[in-house]
Design a protein around this ligand. Sequence first.
Ligand code: HEC
Length: 115
Amino acid sequence: MKLNYGVMSLVPTVLAASLGCATPAHAQSAAAAPDNAPLDVHQLFATTCGWCHSDGGRAAGKGPQLMDTKRDDEFIRNRIKNGKPGAMPAFGTMFSDAQIDTIIRYIRELKPHEG
Ligand code: HEC
């Protein structure tokens, strides 16, 4: 009987490759960020919030446009913390109050793209 070493030697390579894909670097760093770390809001809107608030919050997507919102700070804080059932997930456990302040400031400062 003859063993097929060609196939066997491929196995560790395939395993290593699939393990690497299971934990993308950006997911790890998001989970590991301490509560009061400075928040990269641009990154946040490029990923998490951007699924529903398009173009960094400048345009409507599944959620409304955030730029020029008429809502007050308390409303925005509440919406981010508690979400809205069936519409927006709650992020209350994900951000500290200071981080939500940063998000509110970001929304207030949103401007249309130049040009
Ligand atoms: C799954 C889609 C989804 C995601 C993800 C999402 N939102 Fe929303 N968001 C919505 C929807 C839908 C509404 C409108 C809710 C309503 O009907 O009042 C909303 C409303 C809001 C409002 C209130 C705007 C207004 O004028 O009423 C703010 C502020 C907001 N989202 C911020 C965020 C932030 C910040 C994130 C990321 C941390 C985020 N959202 C992620 C769907 C989403």
